[in-house]
Design a protein around this ligand. Sequence first.
Ligand code: GLN
Length: 457
Amino acid sequence: LDASDRSRGTDGLNAFLHRNTEEALRVARAVDEARANGEDLPELAGVPVAVKDLIVTKGQPTTAASRMLEGFMSPYDGTVTRKLRAARMPILGKTNLDEFAMGSSTEHSAFGPTRNPWDLTKVPGGSGGGSAAAVSAFQAPLALGTDTGGSIRQPAAVTGTVGVKPTYGSVSRYGVIAMASSLDQVGPCSRTVLDAALLHEVVGGHDPADSTSLTDPVGGYAQAARAGAADGGLKGLRVGVVKQLTGEGFQAGVQQRFEESLELLRGAGAEIVEVEAPNFEYALGAYYLIMSSEVSSNLAKYDGVRFGLRVTPEGTPTIEKVMGASRAAGFGDEVKRRIILGTYALSAGYYDAYYGSAQQVRTLVQRDFAAAFSTADVLISPTAPTTAFDIGGVDESADPMQMYLNDIATIPTNLAGIPAISLPGGLAPEDGLPVGIQFMAPAREDARVYRAGAGLE
Ligand code: GLN
């Protein structure tokens, strides 16, 4: 904990929405004492961790960075929170995010943007910009994020850190405020691949409280990371370059560092092959329909009656007026945009054309992955098309698509439920900012992304 005070960039980042310092110190001291007494402790006991403020924590506020949940205290812990406590890891606090995890820059937080420690005028990515910035700035050695369309990996890419989206169902979603339930996944943020693997092992595993939890999660992540980092660890690994996720639309320096990574992999004995994923072209469109549809349903419960902020308008307050006024005041513009889009996509008469076709595209994306994995063990791409952009640099009221395009390389894996990692790939020559490299693997083969990631690292 002392080390984080001496670290660079602790000022003005706004990475944390809540600091839990006293409790964290208590846990850390108890672990020190236990260690001094020779007690048997879990591997990560005493290692502090920050938690994205989308995951509920007993005794600390949980806001989802929304006015809607300002001051909300959860009466229970999420499964991952409970596992952190059981592992005796001090919880440093709750990190900032785009409201309800919707965004790619953390600018949609109702409590102000988080800044990128590499350059305070730049965004730290999103939605998990708080977790990534905290890890990047040495304010926390580890953090938890959630990834629905890239919210762990893209922030990792633009802050020079590591982020993993595990196989869907490999980490429990119980106690994670739902954005889009068929896509949401909790995962680790860290500075090294091995650290991510160790944290994944702590929080992963079957959970009867989550109906989509895998009954037989695989594990072996840390072992795979160690094997990948060892001499010859990448020998014979078939790495598929996804043609549709490189070249046009990617910043020159991102593309350059990506190609250098391929050279490093070749040098380490990996075999580089090219794979085609023709349906990825439609993935972004399908994601924004499926995600918005699920958002419109999941966020219906914040009605000022059962959950969240309550605003009572003047005059005779009917229940509709209370709901309308509460949702108008509680939600920000981007959340409203998605609720409206999702409600439209699901409405009678449009359902087949929008939601139905999007689900068909989702199947085609899954088939593209299946075909690609018949010739490659892992796939590789840049994580994000650009390095960190300016705070306020994207005019979303004019063109929300510009923000959505940040997710172009991360979204296909969420649609397919497969695991992926982003790790640092050097700095872009034109701006000196971090570039992220992404590996993807088939479902339940999370160990492969740790092996490949640690080998390239
Ligand atoms: N940028 C994506 C979105 O806005 C990612 C969201 C996420 O992964 N939580 O939908």
